[in-house]
Ligand binder design. Structure first.
Ligand SMILES: [Zn+2]
Ligand SMILES: [Zn+2]
Length: 388
């Protein structure tokens, strides 16, 4: 199954939708134009059901195949939200909303899945049900979680779920995937260190929060080097240090540290958090200071199920013949993880070619990737629900 001819024919039309979405970026859950456009297109294509407002502003389209002997449904997911970035591409279809930009290619994901929906609604050459899922708030708002909690899987009877993300640096037409963890769990923290402020020339009358915070920063690096199995991955990054006073002759009463912990395994995640709490608390205590930790659990590990990953790679192989089947996992986060925790499935990268990295102000989704991405979505339905 190479790139579908029909999808190659539709490329310009799909690219037109993509550029329109690109020019009108919206953030988080606040996606009236984008979700409205998606729902209108799905209705125009003749989807059997179009439901808005799942997970606040998510949209779901249901396309029934020619038959339904197996009674199975496949979910295909795209994300619709943009980022708070000032676009610097200078393109004719650049953002019309200053400070908002489709810098992660979610415009492309949405357009590719719309293209697949149009094709599936035209052809219906499968046995079962295709459920196209358009989610809000991937960029930090857990829109995927909101949709799952809103009953997405049960309501539409979804058995398996598949997602895709474009990848700059990977040639257009190439796919990359792996079984098991492909994206990290992302936890954020803030540590408030309280000591005793005072005159910098009288440190013995103070509890120096900068010294304590420095010890904490150094000690936290022992999680990765000593606390976790060296064959497992963990990143501990302390990213900001903030003192009460900016003066050079004042010992600050308070220091705040902020950062993130990334892991690829839930057991490692729990262990890293426990070590983190112990190190911070006792290091502060050792110097007579106090540390209050606020720990925010972010997205879980994006974990590709073995069987579904195998199918996803085979379909990709059929589309372009170019698939890396054991790509290195990434330490970024992805809230498709919530859907993969609810149902088995897989998440694949599609090449975006030699462009700026996602989240960069000069990033641009490559329209040349559209036939590959749309063909893969379609192929997953036709391969997992073959017409009988
Ligand atoms: Zn992103
Ligand atoms: Zn993204």
């Amino acid at each position: 199954m190479p790139v579908k001819n029909r999808l190659a024919e539709l490329q310009d039309e799909i690219a037109g939708w993509r550029r329109d979405i690109h020019a009108h970026p919206e953030l988080m859950y606040d996606l009236p134009r984008t979700s409205g456009l998606v729902a209108a297109k799905l209705r125009e294509f003749g989807c059997d059901e179009v439901v808005e407002g799942i997970g606040r502003s998510g949209v779901v389209g249901v396309i029934r195949g020619r038959s339904d002997r197996r009674g199975r449904a496949i979910g295909l997911r795209a994300d619709m939200d943009a980022l708070p970035i000032i676009e610097a591409t200078g393109l004719p279809h650049a953002s019309k909303h200053p400070g908002k930009m489709h810098a992660c290619g979610h415009d492309g994901h949405t357009a590719m899945l719309l293209g697949a929906a149009k094709y599936l609604a035209e052809t219906r050459n499968f046995d079962g049900t295709a459920v196209v899922i358009f989610q809000p708030a991937e960029e930090g708002g857990a829109g995927g979680k909101a949709m799952v909690e809103d009953g997405l899987m049960e309501r539409f009877g979804i058995h398996e779920v598949y997602g895709m993300h474009n990848m700059p640096g990977l040639p257009v037409g190439e796919f990359a995937i792996r079984t098991g963890p492909i994206m990290a769990a992302t936890d954020d923290f803030e540590i408030a260190v309280t000591g005793k402020g005072g005159h910098a020339a009288k440190p013995h009358e103070c509890i120096d929060t900068v010294l304590v915070a420095s010890q904490i920063v150094v000690a936290l690096q022992s999680i990765a080097s000593r606390g976790i199995d060296p064959l497992k991955q963990v990143v501990v990054s302390v990213c900001t240090v903030e003192t009460d006073s900016k003066a050079s002759n004042v010992i600050s009463q308070h220091v705040r540290l902020r950062g993130t912990v990334r892991t690829l395994d839930e057991a490692v995640r729990d262990r890293a958090e426990a070590q983190f709490r112990r190190i911070v608390e006792y290091t502060a205590a050792a110097f007579g200071a106090r540390a209050d930790i606020s720990w925010r659990r972010g997205y879980p590990v994006t974990d590709n199920a073995p069987d579904q990953t195998g199918f996803a790679a085979e379909v990709a192989e059929g589309v372009s013949g170019r698939v890396q089947r054991d790509v290195a996992p990434m330490m970024g986060g992805e809230d498709f993880s919530y859907m993969l925790n609810a149902r088995p499935g897989a998440y694949i990268f599609v090449g975006n070619g030699d462009t700026a990295m996602v989240h960069h102000p000069e990033y641009e989704f490559s329209d040349a990737a559209i036939p590959f991405g749309s063909s893969w979505f379609v192929g997953m339905v036709e391969a997992r629900l073959p017409a009988t």
